[in-house]
Design a protein around this ligand. Structure first.
Ligand code: ADP
Length: 348
């Protein structure tokens, strides 16, 4: 962007040092600077800055508030920028890696940072230091849809359609614009906020973990939502995420993961029993006694064992389920708030 022209998506950029170009670069990588856009504000006024000047959001500039989540790959903390008061989520993944793997990770993290879509969690900055990857993410004050489901038990169809539309917009962006496969779409990777927004997070992270030597065989995430072609070790593409989306929707609608173990009271004998069920059993579907024909058809357009039989994110956007409840104008913000936001920013 040329200096002097204002970007319509402009955000404020706060900086403590005077706007001296020489000092500026130095200060950016040290302390007191917040990178988030094209406008620089300091005691000498406001000016437009170029993307190349936008450097780091530094770990030294943030205070830890509390741990807000523990995932399979590490912990997530609520942090606050010292100078602007803005909240972020800091995800720390512990891993010991070699030089080559570090390069691959750096590449993946840069892709993460370049993703900009209202339905994808913003990744502001990432670092590798001392055996840990730290990723500074947009803070989503409603937590995840997995947290929400524990409270509401099931999500009624009109809300589900509104949630699904936002997830699909995120997937559409990742698949068709960025050509990224998420690989680990699941309820805990769908985050919500008080504005009623739903955003996909953690794309790229599973790719990093999978591609890192030494970690490749120690996948500690969940296989639950993994497509049959991935489980069988066949080639897979973006339709693999569509399978996961279908299972996630079924779980939200019924309150239960769609596959159940042979001995229900004992649980899954091993992860292999679950994987076998996904590969060998017929695909699950939504019951037409309980759900609308549109919802049943939507789920069945996602949950097909042959990826060629699944619709793409683009095709699903025009599925009748997407618009059937539009007249109700459902208020997701109120729905999330009534369910009790687990991480209200104001009640720290
Ligand atoms: P997993 O390994 O299960 O994918 P994560 O490590 O990504 O889980 O996150 C664990 C939990 O931390 C999430 O379920 C969510 O409650 C919380 N969390 C993760 N990222 C954010 C964020 N950006 N904003 C708010 N909460 C988050």
């Amino acid at each position: 962007m040329k200096k002097g022209t204002l970007n319509p998506n402009i955000k404020l950029k706060l900086s403590l040092p005077p706007p001296d170009e020489v000092y500026f670069a130095k200060f950016l990588t040290q302390s007191g600077t917040f990178m988030d856009g094209d406008l620089l504000v300091n005691r000498d006024g406001v000016r437009v800055v170029s993307q190349s000047e936008s450097e780091a959001l530094n770990l030294a500039d943030i205070d830890t508030i509390k741990v807000i989540g523990k995932g399979s790959s590490g912990i997530v903390q609520l942090v606050q920028h010292k100078w602007t008061g803005q909240f972020f989520a800091l995800k720390v993944i512990q891993m010991t890696i070699e030089e080559n793997a570090r390069k691959a990770i750096a590449k993946e993290l840069i892709i993460n940072q370049s993703a900009q879509c209202p339905n994808v969690v913003m990744c502001y900055q990432s670092f590798y230091d001392n055996g840990a990857i730290s990723i500074i993410l947009e803070y989503m004050d409603g937590g995840s849809l997995s947290d929400l489901l524990k409270k509401v038990k099931t999500i009624p169809e009109p809300y589900l359609a509104a949630i699904c539309k936002q997830v699909l917009k995120g997937l559409l962006y990742l698949h068709h614009e960025k050509h990224i496969i998420h690989r680990d779409l699941k309820p805990s990777n769908l985050l919500i906020n008080h504005r009623g927004e739903v955003k996909i997070t953690d794309f790229g992270v599973s790719a990093i973990l999978a591609s890192t030597s030494g970690q490749a065989n120690t996948f500690v995430g969940t296989y639950n939502y993994m497509s049959p072609e991935r489980i069988s070790g066949r080639q897979y593409g973006s339709k693999s995420d569509i399978w996961s989306l279908g299972l996630v929707l079924l779980e939200f609608a019924t309150g239960q993961f769609p596959y159940s173990p042979l001995e229900q009271d004992v649980g899954w004998a091993s992860v292999y029993e679950l994987m076998e069920a996904v590969v060998d059993q017929p695909q699950p579907c939504a019951s037409s006694d309980q759900f609308s024909p549109e919802f049943c058809s939507f789920v069945s357009s996602c949950v097909q064992k042959d990826p060629n039989d699944r619709l793409s994110a683009n095709e699903l956007m025009t599925h009748p389920f997407m618009n059937m409840y539009d007249d109700l104008h459902v208020d997701l913000s109120a729905y999330f708030k009534n369910a009790g936001s687990p991480l209200a920013t104001l009640n720290l």
